[in-house]
Design a protein around this ligand. Structure first.
Ligand code: SAM
Ligand code: SF4
Ligand code: SF4
Length: 351
């Protein structure tokens, strides 16, 4: 069979760039949709994102052609992992088509999706067929009433269950993970139940410390449950063993159940920041590139894309952005928190 990929002129990509702290670029998170069908208070509180909130117009979002082009260029600078996110990425029509295009990019060996799961039942099979390697489903609680509340009154736990089952049936080659944001006094009491429910299923829960993303969730440190506390609680019930990280800059610290019932991860952005190995960049739905989840500004790539910039010019911009990168927000949180700068909102750049 002939290779369907077009023959491209090789670009002069030069050496792989390293930022000001010596970190290379491996991971690109792409927000394909700024809208969401939930209003989780920690991300898009209804008080701000009510019916009058103005989201991007369709033509303001990057097209699939534009996303594919930037992803291909990013791969030439060292990106090997792509994650599609949002807002809610499954609200973007024909996402499977984008997945199959990204799948064919040379150098991309891991293609992932983060979703709230509500629309997954309808799309899991097509996404798997298109080449999606893995899916992360956000699930904060097993209590239906609390789930409804934590989705801002928009989601039903039942729909997410059906989505999880569909993802299991589709059989993503690199499996399924859960993202669980833990907030003290909100959902922390039910965590052991959640962990128990997924022991032995092959699905890996990842417990995320509640973060001060964006400017609108009224974050306070008292609501953060340190991961260490969670691990101690889980370990007291089902003894755990720490696992070595799989690659430099891995976001989650991993643990296995000593009885062989699988593993869990914790993401401790607040209490144990991991900026030192951070190799992630984020592309917003409107085509702005950010080099940190907590960034206050990014670089507009949509304008040059639409004004006819060549691949070599875009590559030069991407390289320059990365070379200038100094971000270490989580390690410097105490300094930044009260400096008055407005951070980009999470639903524009994804988690
Ligand atoms: N809508 C999709 C979803 O919820 O999975 C994808 C986008 S969402 C912004 C990506 C991840 O960010 C979710 O797992 C969500 O729980 C997490 N997240 C959002 N706000 C957060 C916060 N304040 N602290 C920690 N994680 C957060
Ligand atoms: Fe939507 Fe995900 Fe944000 Fe919840 S966390 S509001 S599902 S984008
Ligand atoms: Fe990376 Fe910014 Fe998070 Fe640090 S705070 S790990 S630099 S995204």
């Amino acid at each position: 069979m002939t290779d369907p990929r077009p023959i491209l002129q090789p670009l002069d990509t030069g050496p792989r760039p390293r930022d000001r702290h010596g970190r290379s670029l491996h991971d690109l998170r792409i927000s394909v949709m700024d809208r969401c069908n939930f209003r989780c208070p920690y991300c898009m509180p209804e008080s701000t994102y009510g019916e009058h909130f103005v989201f991007l117009r369709n033509d303001e979002r990057l097209s699939f052609d534009e996303i594919e082009r930037l992803a291909r260029l990013a791969a030439q600078l060292g990106v090997s992992k792509l994650r599609l996110t949002g807002g809610e990425p499954l609200l973007r029509p024909h996402l499977d088509e984008l997945v199959s295009r990204l799948r064919r990019i040379a150098g991309i060996d891991d293609l992932a999706l983060t979703t709230n799961g509500v629309l997954l039942a309808r799309q899991a099979w097509a996404l798997r067929e298109a080449g999606l390697d893995r899916v992360t489903i956000s699930l904060d609680t097993l209590d239906p009433a609390l789930f409804h509340r934590m989705s801002g009154g928009r989601g039903s736990l039942e729909e997410v269950w059906v989505g999880i089952e569909a993802a299991q049936a589709a059989g993503f080659p690199r499996g399924i993970k859960l993202n669980t944001v833990v907030q003290r006094g909100v959902n922390d009491a039910g965590l052991l139940d959640l962990v128990e429910r997924f022991r032995g299923t092959g699905i890996v829960p990842r417990l995320i410390e509640y973060m001060d993303v964006g400017n609108r969730n009224a974050w306070s440190r008292d609501q953060v449950v340190p991961s260490r506390e969670l691990i101690d609680r889980i370990d007291a019930r089902w003894p755990l063993e720490a696992l070595p990280s799989q690659y430099p800059g891995e976001v989650a610290s991993r643990f296995r159940f000593r009885d062989g019932a699988g593993e869990i991860g914790v993401i401790s952005s607040i209490t144990q920041p991991f900026c030192g190995g951070c190799s992630r960049a984020r592309l917003s739905s409107e085509g702005t590139l950010y080099t940190c989840l907590f960034a206050t500004h990014g670089t507009d790539l949509r304008t040059p894309l639409r004004e006819g910039a060549s691949d070599q010019e875009l590559l030069g911009r991407l390289r320059e952005i990365w070379l200038q990168r100094t971000d270490r927000y989580s390690e410097e949180r105490a300094v930044h928190r009260h400096d008055g700068s407005r951070k980009i909102e999470m639903h524009y750049i994804g988690g």
